[in-house]
Ligand binder design. Sequence first.
Ligand SMILES: Nc1ncnc2c1ncn2[C@@H]1O[C@H](COP(=O)(O)OP(=O)(O)OP(=O)(O)O)[C@@H](O)[C@H]1O
Length: 367
Amino acid sequence: MTPACTYRPIMDDSATPILEVANVTKRFGKFTAVNDVSFKIADGEFFTLVGPSGSGKTTLLRMLVGMEKPTTGELRLRGKIVNDLAPNKRPTCMVFQSLALFPHMTVGKNVEFPLAIRGERESERRTRAWELLKLLHLDPNRYYDKNVTQCSGGERQRVALARALAYDPDILFFDEPLSALDARLRKTLQKELKDIQRSTKKTFCYVTHSLEEAMVMSDRVAILRAGMIEQIGQPDEIYASPKNAFVAEFMGEVNLLDITASGGTTAEWDTGRKPLVLNLPAPLDAGTKRKLLIRPESLRFIDPGETAGNTVPVRILNQFSLGSRVQYHVEVVPGCTLTVERLREERASGTDTILGWDLADSQILES
Ligand SMILES: Nc1ncnc2c1ncn2[C@@H]1O[C@H](COP(=O)(O)OP(=O)(O)OP(=O)(O)O)[C@@H](O)[C@H]1O
């Protein structure tokens, strides 16, 4: 496998973007699918658009590749406005979930197709197709003459990527290319895709509804909600400092507590039964309603004599093995549960216990 290189191009204000999206809006009749979206992608960056179903990812991607025109706003490729440029006139290429391979052709001929269109000689086409198949971990001796219809879903996905790379585009766009594959293959291909992006230094713009997938591969991630960007940044930044409860919840299993500030650094936690008084990591005006984010791994079982920023008595309802870690579902009051994750050696003892967390491990978020 090609070793991942450490070069990580990240867009900053001083860099010239390969692609710039400036105040782009797309309306279908009265409905606004993409609403005044702006961002820049750096040359060689792995950039991912992520969001729930209907958030506008595909519409945005279709505009980036030229299949839709923005209602307002500008799309600039290397500084040139391309709003009205047809897809086949753009130096970009799209890899679809539905693959769009030619079923009557062999793997080799599918990969060579873009080279044949460009009029390259047969021997050169073959050499390049062999190189690309090797890059995609498809042994050319086995796959070059195989018909694509005889390939598995994962193999076809690799062929589609090899063919897209054969176009040698400036930017490769991906619309949920791995969503039809089983979880294990998806994880393998995610890592391979990242390695390929690093070794080819191509700009990848990827669309997925899975933030986990986005986090694994991307240099930067833009999170969409209802046609607007909620947050944009490096995966670590987003994980450490989600802008609001939507982003935090979208990242997977987190605990989000409904709180009402009492003034200063205390608040009441609305558990649905009796409110519990909590200490906050920062002061809030009395009466302010917020969410308090605590990650499952930041919660711990408190031994007698041990202290923490907050402690609450809980009852353990269930526990699940996650391999080296154990996940607990604990009840604070009936109907109010929290998720806790601890290392196997830090297992809870007994059913009724005390749970706690340090104030620095909690964050106050807007809803
Ligand atoms: N051609 C169209 N005409 C009218 N409405 C459309 C059209 N295309 C998309 N929409 C609407 O725009 C919104 C965004 O759709 P889009 O396909 O971009 O979302 P998405 O985030 O890609 O969703 P998914 O993950 O389900 O594919 C949806 O409410 C959709 O119904």
